[in-house]
Each structure stands twice: as C-alpha cells, then as structure tokens.
Design a protein around this ligand. Structure first.
Ligand SMILES: CSC[C@H]1O[C@@H](n2cnc3c(O)ncnc32)[C@H](O)[C@@H]1O
Ligand SMILES: [Zn+2]
Length: 428
C-alpha cells in the first residue's frame, strides 16, 4: 500500500527548517520526502494548510490510569498513591486494564501521539489493545518489591518480554520496570539490572520525583536517589529511561553524563503534584538526552503532549528568569527525537526521514489561534492544542483521519469506561 501526503508544510525535526512538499509512504516506511513527488499511489492525503511532523512520543505513561482521571486530585504524591491509586488499582480487572488502555490511546491518537512508554500491571491486556489499535509502544511491567510477591511480578515481566518484544509488526518493544529507588531494595534492583543486561532490554524507572523521596533514600542509604542507582551500576550497565528527575543536584547530573537513554520530563504532572521543576536546561547542557511524557492521566489529568511541550518551555524560562531558555524548537525536539532516543527507538522514529517508520501527524493551521503564520515552531509549541491534529498515522497506517478514529469505536469505548470507572473507585 502506497500513500502520498501532498502539499504539506514539512517539519522533519532532523533540523529546524520547514519546507512545502510531499511525503511518500510505502507500507510502514517513509519512501521519499521532496518538494514534489509524482507516484502511483493507493491513497492521496491532502496536506494543504497543514504541518506534517513526526508523531509525538509520550516517554512516560501509566495508560490504564486514564480510568482514574479526576478521581483523586490535590493530594501529596505519597497520599495520592498509597491511599487512592493503589486501592483502586487492586480492583482493576484485566478487562478494565484493556478498556483503560483504549481510553488513553483514543486520547493520545486524537492529540497527535503515535508512541508511548508504559509502566503498569496486566501488561498482556495493554499489549493486546496496542496490537489492535495500531499505536507504537514500549511496554514495561512495573516491579514493586515491598510486598512479598516480587517473584510473580518478575515472572510476569519476563513473560511480557518473551511474548511481546518485536510483536505487532514491530510496533511493540519492551523494557524492565523497577518502579523506583523507594520501592525496590538494592538486591532486587541488582537482579533486575542483571536481567536487563542478559536480555539486552532497557530499564524504565521513576527517579527523584519528590523531596520526600530524596529524604527517604537519604535516611535509608545515606545517598541521593541518583547516587543510589549509580552505585548499583544502573547507568553504566543498561539503557535507561528515567521518569521525572526533578530533584537532581549538580553531582547527580554528573553521574548521569554518558548514560545510554534519557530522562522523561513530565512537567504537567510535576506541576499538579507540586513536585518541583526538573533541571532540564542543566541536563541538556551536560549532553543528557531529555524526552517528554505526561505520566498517567490519574496525576497529569490529560495526555495532550502539546500541553507538556508548552509547560516544559515556560517552566525553564520561569526557573531561570530567562525567556531564551528552552526555545520552541528544542521543546518540540524533546517530544519527538528526545523521547525516541530515550526509548531506544531513535533509529526508527522521532524524525521524518527516508527509511524511517511512517509515524506522521498533520496539524491543521487553518484556525484563528494558529494564524498568522510568522513562525510555525512558535505556533506549534506555544499555541497549538491536541485538538488541532487532523490526521495521525502510525507505521504507515492511518489511525485518525479528519479527527475520526478509525481503529477504535468511540461510542462503545465511552460506554465501557463509564461502567468500569464507577465500579473501580466506589467506596475508596
Ligand atoms: C507497578 S505499576 C506502576 C505504578 O506506578 C504508580 N504511579 C503512577 N504515577 C506515579 C508517579 O507519579 N510516581 C510514582 N508512581 C506512580 C501507579 O499507580 C502504579 O501503581
Ligand atoms: Zn509515573
């Protein structure tokens, strides 16, 4: 199947240059990008008035938590997690997880996200939903070792890797997910690292999200959370995806230098939970890759990556008292290239280039809040919303056209969500 996107303004993210042109998709690949392409194709996608750019990559998610959106807000992270989220999660059935994932995917596709990195439970259901709906995902079974069934969870993590790595036409990759420095003791963390090395699989973990975490780890190990992971050999041995990285001092940042992988910055979740502002500018100045994520909708409220892009740039400007920090194009780069490299899939997605996977979004600029067109990077980073995305393509397949989802029945989804979400939180 060949498709031709005609007459779009193309932002490849290889550099910050824009040009008017066409993109030829052959199967799941980008076959050509040029000012004018003439080819026999099965479908022409009209891009006039639209920007074609790489699909956005959400580098940190807990997808089924979309069922818990708005259930518990305005609490401190540990109260929110222990008193509200964990009890609700213990009531979620595998079917709930399946429908919660679909809810998240509907929102992501409708706001221009083509790939997500997930850490959760019942991963088989998340993988099945991903396979059916057509998104790209890096899936991780979250491992918490404070209770006594760590072994079962490890076996589920291994099962996920064996069953799903490279599946769904190559759209699914997997990672190992020790939840955080405060939920995984040193010996268990070392075992997970050893398994990651043996399987050649990246590690996805939370790091330094709150001040309370820093205090807890100092009390337990007399180290910062970053030092704790460094001394376990994590940054030296594995490719790592570190969610948050809010509370990092200059020495912590030096420990991260040279690591394979990156930090997922989740500014909206950090704002809403009052965690703080991650030192993104310092990280990138030290050569550390930074991607962008939302965290689960239970904490972040929405999965609209345009909100994250905007929050990321504004927070750096505010934090440094300097509007030149994190310019528009750099925030867009975080949501595409930065996330792709953090997920270890930068060779496949994150930029529009011949030979890469055709994960492409079209953003309709023919709206009052996106006019006039002086600077498209500024419009995308500072003015656009997820609802401006007209078309979402993953692996060469159109998942949304003219804002209509093609692989999810929205009416059925909303019915399922309404029934299940009420039952899960009832009485908590
Ligand atoms: C065991 S699966 C993952 C686990 O993580 C929890 N979670 C969701 N958001 C956060 C966050 O911001 N910090 C720490 N942990 C978080 C989620 O509820 C699952 O239990
Ligand atoms: Zn998280």
């Amino acid at each position: 199947m060949k498709k031709l996107i005609k007459g779009a303004t193309i932002l490849t993210m290889r550099d910050d240059k824009l040009f008017n042109g066409d993109i030829l998709i052959d199967g799941d690949n980008i076959a050509d990008i040029q000012t004018t392409i003439t080819a026999e194709v099965d479908e022409v996608i009209h891009g006039e008035g639209m920007v074609a750019m790489p699909g956005l990559i959400n580098a940190h998610q807990h997808t089924p938590m979309s069922l818990l959106r708005g259930f518990s807000d305005d609490l401190k992270l540990m109260d929110w997690l222990d008193k509200k989220m964990l009890p609700a999660e213990s009531r979620m059935t595998p079917e709930d997880i399946y429908w919660g994932t679909k809810l998240a995917m509907a929102e992501m596709i409708k706001s221009g996200t083509t790939t997500f990195a997930d850490m959760y439970i019942h991963m088989n259901e998340i993988a099945t939903a991903t396979e059916k709906v057509g998104m790209r995902a890096s899936l991780t079974r979250g491992l918490v070792f404070l209770e006594n069934d760590g072994g079962r969870r490890m076996s589920e993590a291994v099962d996920l890797i064996r069953r799903w790595s490279g599946k769904a036409e190559g759209r699914i990759t997997t990672m190992l997910g020790p939840h955080s420095p405060y939920t995984v003791p040193p010996q268990s963390f070392k075992e997970v690292i050893a398994l990651a090395v043996q399987e050649n699989i990246p590690i996805h973990t939370h790091l330094a999200e709150t001040k309370e975490e820093v205090i807890k780890i100092r009390e337990k190990y007399n180290q910062t959370p970053t030092e704790y992971l460094y001394h376990l050999g994590l940054f030296e041995k594995a490719h790592v995806l570190l969610a948050h990285g809010v509370h990092l001092n200059q020495r912590d940042i030096r420990y991260l230098r040279g690591m394979r992988g990156g930090v997922s910055h989740n500014p909206v979740s950090n704002l809403k939970l009052g965690c703080g502002i991650a030192p993104i500018t310092d990280l990138t100045e030290q050569g550390i890759t930074v991607g962008l994520g939302t965290d689960g909708a239970g904490s972040a409220a929405t999965l609209d990556m345009f909100e994250e892009i905007r929050a990321a740039t504004w927070l750096q400007k505010l934090d440094y008292g300097d509007p030149t920090k994190l310019p528009a194009i750099d925030a867009l780069r975080m949501a595409t290239v930065g996330s792709a490299e953090s997920l270890d899939i930068g060779h496949e997605v994150g930029t529009l280039e011949i030979g890469k996977k055709a994960d492409i979004i079209l953003i309709d600029l023919r709206k009052p809040h996106l006019q006039p067109i002086h600077n498209i990077n500024s419009l995308l980073a500072y003015c656009a919303n997820g609802s401006d995305v007209d078309t979402t393509i993953v692996n060469g397949k159109v998942l949304m056209r003219g804002r209509q989802l093609l692989t999810i029945d929205e009416d059925e989804l909303l019915k399922q969500v309404s029934l299940r979400s009420k039952r899960i939180v009832d009485g908590i």
